[in-house]
Design a protein around this ligand. Structure first.
Ligand SMILES: Cc1cc2nc3c(=O)[nH]c(=O)nc-3n(C[C@H](O)[C@H](O)[C@H](O)COP(=O)(O)OP(=O)(O)OC[C@H]3O[C@@H](n4cnc5c(N)ncnc54)[C@H](O)[C@@H]3O)c2cc1C
Length: 433
């Protein structure tokens, strides 16, 4: 405060976290006319960062962008450009118990050819594929994805196939813990537009978002941990790092998950959150393509997919393969299981140029809960603190994973800018009187 009658803001909007959500929020707020700072304890990008190893580009585990998802719309509005390719069209179904790999029915053509399901399931799955695009997802929020699959009258084989596809679409190891509206919404996105593996990895999105933020005038501070967000004078917020405290008109907390948000904010309400989705990943850079390009586990929550050369992530002739278990267990168990799957799909030890093992990654901090659904996730303003907003893959009624992070980031950035302007205006008017 200067003379006691006017609020001197250091900045209009302070954003905590420079992942997809924070960068989107910051850019939207700055474009709305606010002065904006972003702090990240590490560097920009969060879980969307990619790393280069021996000429191979690794995302942090398999990352695929839904072409018809909300995130693409946000990226487009922010002017972030990217290119990529569809996954290999034929996927195998993998039974860990027997080591068997068979064509997985994921399209009308592969449904007919698949040896994994009998004629009755082919008919039922075929009908479902036909009616899924028009199915109204929201009323299914009361059910879990597992309960919804039970209502479809499939045999155990048919249910295993649909569960495998639903796991891939939702990143959920146990379908009892994700609401059916979210699962159906993801399957609809997969049918409508499939996904893209991105050339250059998801770092392309991070770099594009950082460039958009910078062009809008956002100031980004990396290596700065925000330790507290506390109420300041006259409706302002003091945002503290170990080295500085800035006074902001409003704040967006986009620090990854709810625990990080709660740690820096006192008096946050009970958000009634769903379970987190975790995964263990084995990222492989290979000198040649594996015999099986894509495989999804039928009896275990497993994933194997060749992301490059579909996307440009490796030198010519090389391949980037991501192997993953949805729902992490012990590091030893997961590592052994992922290598077994890789070898089963034709990865030979001699072909491995580089590898990275990532145990227990948090893919999504809180899945939409059965009974509450997407609409039951915390709103961007559900902080109990007027002028402080949330963004991330556990926030807001729109989209899972990156789609949720970008959509809530956009909404929070817009709301934060509006609120910050309103803090200034009445105080300015008061001074004039
Ligand atoms: C293995 C894996 C696979 C995935 N696959 C997909 C996929 O295929 N499709 C998809 O859409 N999504 C996928 N995701 C999810 C996607 O990566 C995330 O939803 C998205 O990146 C989350 O962005 P965010 O900004 O909300 O959070 P984060 O990326 O976690 O960013 C939070 C940022 O806040 C910073 N931070 C934390 N605390 C503080 C603090 N106190 N002060 C300052 N900064 C702080 C962190 O350093 C971080 O940079 C996957 C995730 C994983 C882990």
């Amino acid at each position: 405060m200067g003379d006691g009658t006017t609020v001197e803001l250091d900045v209009e909007v302070a954003v905590v976290g420079a992942g997809l959500a924070g960068l989107a929020a910051a850019t939207v707020a700055a474009r709305a006319g606010a002065s904006v700072v972003v702090y990240d304890v590490r560097c920009a990008g969060g879980r969307a960062r990619s790393d280069e190893r021996d000429g191979f580009i690794f995302n942090q585990g398999p990352h695929a962008l839904y072409r018809a998802g909300a995130g693409v719309g946000v990226l487009d509005r922010l002017g972030v450009r990217f290119e990529g390719s569809l996954p290999h069209p034929v996927a195998a179904g993998y039974r860990e118990a027997t080591g068997e790999l068979g064509v997985l029915p994921s399209s009308p053509a592969s449904l007919l050819r698949s040896p994994l399901v009998g004629i009755g399931d082919k008919v039922r799955l075929g009908r479902l594929l036909g009616r899924l695009p028009k199915l109204e997802a929201a009323p299914l929020a009361r059910l879990s994805a597992a309960e919804w699959i039970e209502t479809l009258g499939l045999t155990s084989n048919g249910a295993a196939v649909l569960s495998a596809l639903t796991r891939v679409a939702t990143y959920t190891s146990d379908l009892r813990f994700v609401s059916a509206d979210a699962a159906v919404g993801q399957l609809q996105l997969a049918i409508e537009g499939n996904v893209l593996y991105l050339d250059g990895g998801w770092q392309t999105l991070v770099d594009g978002l950082v460039a958009a933020a910078s062009a809008a005038g956002v100031r980004l501070f990396e290596g700065e941990r925000v330790t507290a967000v506390q109420a300041g004078k006259q409706g302002t917020w003091d945002v503290s790092t170990p080295t500085v405290t800035v006074r902001a008109g409003s704040v967006v907390i986009a620090a990854g998950g709810p625990a990080a948000a709660r740690a820096m904010l006192s008096g946050a309400p009970d958000w009634g959150l769903g379970a987190a989705a975790t995964a263990t990943c084995l990222d492989l850079g290979l000198s040649s393509l594996p015999a099986t390009r894509v495989a999804y586990g039928l009896d275990e929550p497993l994933y194997f997919s060749t992301h490059s050369p579909n996307a440009r992530l490796a030198h010519s002739g090389g391949a980037v393969v991501h192997v993953m278990r949805y729902g992490a267990r012990t590091s030893e168990e997961d590592r052994a299981e992922l290598w077994t799957l890789a070898r089963r799909c034709g990865v030979g030890d001699d072909e491995v140029v580089t590898e990275r093992f990532l145990h227990q990654m948090t893919v999504c901090h809180a899945l939409p809960r059965p009974g509450a659904g997407l609409a039951g996730r915390p709103a961007t303003d559900a902080t109990g603190s007027f002028g402080v907003f949330l963004a991330g893959d556990w926030v807001g009624p729109v989209g899972l994973l990156a789609d949720g992070a970008l959509a809530s980031g956009e909404a929070a950035g817009r709301a934060a800018a509006k609120r910050a302007m309103s803090v200034r205006a009445p105080i300015g008017a008061m001074v004039e009187r």
